[in-house]
Design a protein around this ligand. Sequence first.
Ligand SMILES: Nc1ncnc2c1ncn2[C@@H]1O[C@H](COP(=O)(O)OP(=O)(O)OP(=O)(O)O)[C@@H](O)[C@H]1O
Ligand SMILES: [Mg+2]
Length: 292
Amino acid sequence: MVDDNMTLTKTNTAKVKAVEPDFDDEDTTPPIKPGKEREPLRARIEDFSFFYADGFQAIKNVDMPILDRKVTAIIGPSGCGKSTLLRSLNRMHDLYPGNRYEGRVILEPEGENLIGPESDPVIVRLRVGMVFQKPNPFPKTIYENVAAGLRVRGIKKRSMIDEAVENALRRAAIWDEVKDKLNGSAYDLSGGQQQRLCIARGLAPNPEILLLDEPTSALDPIATAKVEDLVQELSESVTIVIVTHNMQQAARVSHRTAFMYMGEMMEFGETQTIFTNPKHPRTENYITGRYG
Ligand SMILES: Nc1ncnc2c1ncn2[C@@H]1O[C@H](COP(=O)(O)OP(=O)(O)OP(=O)(O)O)[C@@H](O)[C@H]1O
Ligand SMILES: [Mg+2]
């Protein structure tokens, strides 16, 4: 993690690199692959590729470790494949015919390959929860939004559902705001509250990994700060992978950062290192705002 005072200015990176930045596509510097991790892993993405139904390869041979109960940020220019990679991790692409995965996404400690034929996508989606850019609560009550995932998990006993709903809403730091209106419509909540409700919905089945795709891009600064605090708090109990366009956010909340470029993993490392001492010229160009 990088401390809050760290500024992402040119001076920060200027001293680490003497060569001129390049802007063309002729850069032949090889990507910087992740090294061996010292910390326990929750998942390993290995030689992973993804092809959309039209044949387009959106992810190219990506290797990436996902640290257990830490925050991993994925950054990179629009269209580089961040959402595609995130959605692969909970088999979201299976909802559309013709999409194809190659390689492995190994969930630790049991070593199950989440994209293998032996894995059931419905179960994978409970073990790996997802929250999207725009808050998308169901047109139901606050209670039912959170209870939905539990019912999919087969939990039927009302008292158990009640307890799990409260627990998820507390974990998502929204319990105090909604406890007196659990039967009210989720649509009556503010955008920031709706996003925390969606986080509660994702947490209810007690997933091992929570995926967040630009979770604050539709929120104001106060609601954003709340979600960022929440992400840090949650990372003590659940592994988090977050896609963000906000460099300060990645620097504030994550322990590891992956920089993607045109479907490839260009550089992966400790967040502090990526933002203060990037090794690949494309990473430096991106984090200093030379392209985006
Ligand atoms: N359903 C689809 N069929 C074919 N190609 C797709 C499909 N969805 C996305 N793509 C392509 O895959 C590439 C990666 O898209 P993706 O949405 O993962 O990018 P991203 O990094 O999340 O971008 P952004 O920052 O704009 O959200 C893009 O070139 C996009 O055009
Ligand atoms: Mg995206």
